[in-house]
Design a protein around this ligand. Structure first.
Ligand code: GDP
Length: 312
């Protein structure tokens, strides 16, 4: 890849897309293309094809997706499935038709079976049933990674996919109900501290485990894969170890500075018991995560305070 190549990052306003733009620029890529939803509506096939006709990007990172936490996913399965299928079909097939050389599609570790052996290897895909709380999203992502795999094998094009573990960092969505656990918890703990509350609630039993990767670590991995990875099989990108939600909440208390007791709200779902990725293929590319969870949480809290996200 040449540093002057035209690289379209779809979804540049989101946490992952904005991280990828920063990582590409740090690495010296000087021609990163971005478009807001008002300019190119990725759900609209004509709008996407018009963009490819006019701008002729040489490479694409597909970070645009409808994403959300466990509550958003389980209550909006229709939107999560439909919107993601539309976005990825339009962008991946548009890229195929418009001679895009390299495309990287991003999914998530929820594509793997609920009870996959841990740590989860790439070949666990489609070996048994999915976690029901995010089945719509996972099915869309599986369709996208398979489309890339088929294009790679059948058309000989460098269309690849990467499956990260749970992500967090600057640019995340801090919605109180629909966000993922880190921003959701951070908001509640922050408010509890501000309002001198006695206790805060943590959804679920707190006993399930999650693997968290900072978005800047993922973004470095994305650039590396775009430059070097050329296999049809998807590749896992994880931090390498996981924590229980209980352990996460203890770290969060320290980061935010709230020291009251935690109360588990077991009317909220736990989701899958564990989804630790086996990232040995990714580590073999020479990439490794650099941001430990506690540092990443500190950075994220700092960013959230600077942006005023808790005032929204
Ligand atoms: P998941 O990996 O798809 O389950 O994504 P989430 O990040 O939404 O949730 C991870 C785990 O954290 C689940 O077991 C949730 O029940 C738990 N959790 C605890 N507090 C919260 C919260 O405030 N928001 C969210 N989204 N999850 C929470």
């Amino acid at each position: 890849m040449d540093k002057a190549d035209r690289i379209f990052v779809a979804g540049h306003r989101g946490m992952v897309g904005s991280g990828v733009v920063r990582a590409l620029e740090r690495r010296g890529y000087s021609n990163v293309l971005t478009r807001s939803r008002e300019e190119v509506d990725l759900i609209d096939q004509q709008s996407v094809h018009r963009f490819f006709d006019n701008e002729r990007p040489q490479h694409v990172v597909l970070a645009a997706a409808k994403v959300g936490g466990i509550h958003a996913n389980r209550t909006q399965q229709v939107e999560f499935m439909y919107e993601n299928l539309m976005i990825q079909n339009n962008v991946i097939y548009g890229a195929l038709q418009h001679e895009v050389e390299r495309l990287l599609f991003l999914g998530s570790s929820c594509i793997y079976p609920k009870h996959a052996p841990q740590p989860i290897r790439e070949d666990s895909l489609l070996t048994s049933s999915l976690e029901p709380t995010n089945e719509g999203y996972a099915l869309a992502k599986i369709a996208g990674l398979k489309l890339c795999e088929f294009i790679h094998r059948q058309k000989g094009r460098r269309f690849i996919s990467a499956m990260p573990c749970n992500l967090y960092g600057s640019g995340d969505n801090f919605h109180p109900e629909f966000s993922h656990v880190i921003p959701g918890m951070m908001r509640r703990f922050h408010q509890a501290k501000q309002e001198n509350r006695d206790a805060v609630t943590v959804w679920g039993t707190g006993q399930v485990r999650r693997e968290f990767l900072h978005v800047d670590d993922l973004a470095e991995g994305v650039v590396r894969l775009l430059e070097t990875y050329d296999e049809s099989e998807t590749i896992n990108v994880g931090y390498g170890s996981d924590v229980t939600i209980q352990e996460l909440s203890e770290l969060m208390k320290a980061v935010v500075g709230f020291d009251g007791p935690l109360v588990n709200d077991t009317s909220m779902p736990d989701g899958t018991p564990r989804k630790l990725l086996d990232s040995s293929k990714m580590l073999a590319t020479g990439w490794e995560p650099k941001i430990p969870l506690e540092d990443g949480l500190q950075r994220t809290y700092q960013w959230a305070l600077e942006q005023g996200v808790f005032r929204d």
